[in-house]
Design a protein around this ligand. Sequence first.
Ligand code: RIB
Ligand code: CA
Length: 313
Amino acid sequence: MAARPIIIDCDPGQDDAVALLLALASPADLDIRGITAVAGNVPLALTERNARLMVELSGRKDVRVFAGCSRPMLRKLVTAEAVHGQTGLDGCPIHAPTVPLERQHAATFLVEELLAAPDDAITLVPVGPLTNIALALIMEPRILPKIREIVLMGGAFREGGNTTPAAEFNIYVDSHAADVVFRCGRPITVLSLDVTHQALTTPSRLAAFRKLGTKVGGIVGDMLAFYDRHDIAKYGMPGGPLHDPTTIAFLLAPDLFTGKRVSVEIDIADGPSLGATRVDWWGVTQKPANALWIERLNADGFYALLTERIGRL
Ligand code: RIB
Ligand code: CA
């Protein structure tokens, strides 16, 4: 079967970086048309550099990287150096990437790549704030029928927020962009904290990356060891939740996941619930379902897939 065309929009961040490596290790399954970077975990100058470092590390010099928006649509940028470190990739050796940054703005690339594609051709995989995706949708609505599906990491329902009590980071940082995306009418699959909090990088799972005995396996182990320390302390869990790679794993092995189609609305009102994902789990509003909300994953299967694919690099 032909590789599925995708565009990954990200804000690396160690978990974004592992998601990129998982996708870059899977060329027979995923045709990465481009990687677009957005401001989020750290400022844009670092997220685009970090994305290029992962492309270089993977050896996939065929994959292009574009820089997008340096701040949310309306509000001030909120970053997360406390979680990811000052570089955004603490745990990973940093150098000037050999992979060049494309000159085109990410939103322009998204519009042009989608307009040139057939209907239902390209899957968008946003794993950071949704600013670039919303901007492209606003710039050129004609891209809508070209989008096969949006598989995103963001939001929270049963788990509660990780940035405010009500909101998850990606949705909180640019709630207005999230509102644009969730209203766009294209199929959306949501990997929220509800499911990513079941994907815990326990010590044995962490050791499995290092046991690969490869350069990439060692770097993944070091990045996750750094990244996990914050969430283990915060949540008291036996390992840090591994958020962004669940989107790529969903594309590679959807049978590892189960979910339910529901109505999801984004709270954009200033106040304590700004950025909340209002999930109508029981259909009480009778509003049409606009998203597949993933509820459960097979965590052992997820880590087995991830470790095997990382081992290919
Ligand atoms: O809330 C987790 C999300 O916020 C992940 O995508 C992480 O990389 C940060 O962007
Ligand atoms: Ca991210």
